[in-house]
Ligand binder design. Structure first.
Ligand SMILES: Cc1cc2nc3c(=O)[nH]c(=O)nc-3n(C[C@H](O)[C@H](O)[C@H](O)COP(=O)(O)OP(=O)(O)OC[C@H]3O[C@@H](n4cnc5c(N)ncnc54)[C@H](O)[C@@H]3O)c2cc1C
Length: 457
């Protein structure tokens, strides 16, 4: 048996990074266990961090997420706040700078790391996880509290907690492999957008009181390519019809580096694969790799500004949008999300629209009323039937539609922050059940750490 830690965080994606930093900041001896030999998950794939702002542009996530972005700025790469004139405010950061910022913060707060080590078992006694067993010959880990940030709810599942998976008929949002191209000439690309509003996803949230043409012009005038080339437009739609491109909703583009004129492209997809099945996940990789090549060829041939661009980077792993959701003390409902409801038990906020990708060109998008934000109550982070486990990130307790909103990285950082602080407070109080933690103490600590719990629409 290894030396016991107070808080073990399983999974080092956005939620796990948030949880580990928060638990250590709150004073707990913290161990972060990650299956991959690197940290950050999709944070380092070059996607925009969504959910830090609602559609009105109000900041709704602070705390650890803000600290991470400040660390990027300290490293000389200033995060850019960008708007797509559709519904989203995103934050763009150079992925490798973010990778360094994560390492620096974990080191600053003295988080112990165990990388390249999948958790394979959870010994449960009286509703509490006593120790976590690891793959290979590594000794088991004893922890007073465990924060499950595995995306797949691995610990909760191994410990026997109730979980749901995908949709009612085994639907799963698509797997995607995200990649970058550069250098892209932004001027012809943005001129194309200005002159072809029908080719771009625009003005989806009624809070944007502009026509599509006005939005296209605003996107052009902003000067950065944060946009979605739509399958409903002639350019991409025509290519799909001609078999030159695979069916997809859009090619979502984000500036990964303005300095290098590098753009992240998110369009590849295979729907309805259960990513907790390693064999099925593995079979998807060559198909996704083929789609990357198809999209690169299409971009170079047809997309304005891409003529000189080449493939510069492929995300380190397949992006997984959806697997298990824990059934918790509170299940975040679709209505709470869409109506932007508030809760006295708030520990984090979300503001992303319900965003469920499907097969082919299908994507369900429901804007949040008035462009507001919703509260995530503490109960969404507490799996039913377990005493010393919290969950955060995309496996939090939520309906499938609510999860289609709360799964974005800004929200995952915020729920990770909340779960990490909650676990550390429970450890310092000698609690035997996370339910003993007064929510007002958790909220006070979160506010002291600059988390945003109040004052947003
Ligand atoms: C293609 C795609 C595009 C997206 N676009 C955006 C976007 O533009 N903006 C946005 O904000 N969000 C986007 N999202 C959503 C977002 O990226 C994810 O939902 C979010 O990153 C999930 O974070 P997480 O920490 O909950 O899970 P993950 O990032 O999946 O992290 C879980 C971690 O746990 C580790 N793990 C799993 N099992 C074990 C185990 N047994 N032992 C140890 N470690 C384990 C994994 O290796 C992983 O590192 C996108 C997602 C995808 C797939």
């Amino acid at each position: 048996m290894q030396e016991a830690c107070e808080v073990a965080v399983v999974g080092g994606g956005s939620a796990g990074v948030g949880a580990a930093i928060a638990a250590a900041k709150t004073g707990a001896r913290t161990l972060l266990i990650e299956r991959d030999p690197f940290l950050g998950g999709d944070l380092i794939s070059g996607l925009p961090i969504l959910g830090c702002y609602n559609s009105l542009g109000e900041q709704i996530v602070g705390g650890v997420a803000e600290e991470l972005l400040n660390e990027c700025a300290a490293l000389g790469s200033h995060p850019a706040r960008v708007f797509d004139w559709r519904t989203l405010w995103g934050v763009c950061v150079e992925p490798d700078v973010l990778r360094l910022a994560i390492i620096r913060l974990l080191q600053r707060y003295d988080v112990d790391l165990l990388l390249g080590m999948p958790v394979a078992g959870a010994a449960v006694e009286g509703g509490a996880v006593g120790c976590l067993s690891l793959c290979g010959s590594e000794a088991p880990i004893e922890a007073e509290f465990v924060v499950d940030c595995s995306g797949d709810a691995v610990v909760a599942h191994l410990a026997g907690a109730e979980c749901e998976k995908g949709g009612p008929d085994a639907q799963f949002q698509p797997l995607s492999l995200v990649f970058q191209m550069g250098p892209v000439d932004f001027t012809p690309l943005l001129e194309f957008v200005r002159d072809h509003p029908g080719d771009v996803l625009l003005a989806e949230n009624p809070v944007i009181r502009k026509s599509r043409a006005e939005c296209a012009r605003a996107l052009h005038d902003a000067g950065y390519p944060y946009l979605a080339l739509s399958a409903e437009g002639d350019l991409l739609g025509g290519a799909i019809e001609a078999g030159e491109m695979y069916p997809c909703t859009a090619i979502f583009m984000t500036p990964a580096s303005l300095a290098r004129r590098e753009i992240t492209l998110n369009s590849t997809r295979i729907a309805n694969v259960d990513a907790t099945d390693s064999r099925a996940l593995s079979e998807a990789l060559p198909v996704l790799g083929g789609q990357v090549q198809t999209c690169v060829d299409f971009a170079r041939r047809r997309l304005p500004g891409f003529g000189e661009a080449t493939l510069t980077r492929v995300a380190p792993r397949i992006g997984v949008r959806e697997t298990r959701r824990v059934v918790g003390e509170h299940v975040l409902s679709t209505e709470e999300v869409v109506e932007g409801r508030k809760s006295p038990d708030v520990v984090a906020k979300g503001g992303h629209h319900v965003d469920i990708h499907g097969a082919g060109t299908y994507q369900k998008r429901i804007p949040i009323e008035g462009g507001r934000s919703y509260d995530i109550p503490l109960g969404c982070l507490i799996p039913r039937g377990l005493r010393n486990v919290l969950v955060a990130g995309r496996c939090l307790s939520s309906t499938r539609e609510a999860n289609g909103s709360a799964r974005v990285m800004g929200t995952c950082l915020a729920t990770g922050h909340a779960a990490g602080v909650a676990a550390a407070l429970c450890a310092s109080r000698g609690s035997s059940d996370v339910r003993e933690l007064p929510v007002d103490l958790l909220q006070k600590t979160l506010r002291d750490q600059r988390a945003i719990l109040d004052g947003t629409s």
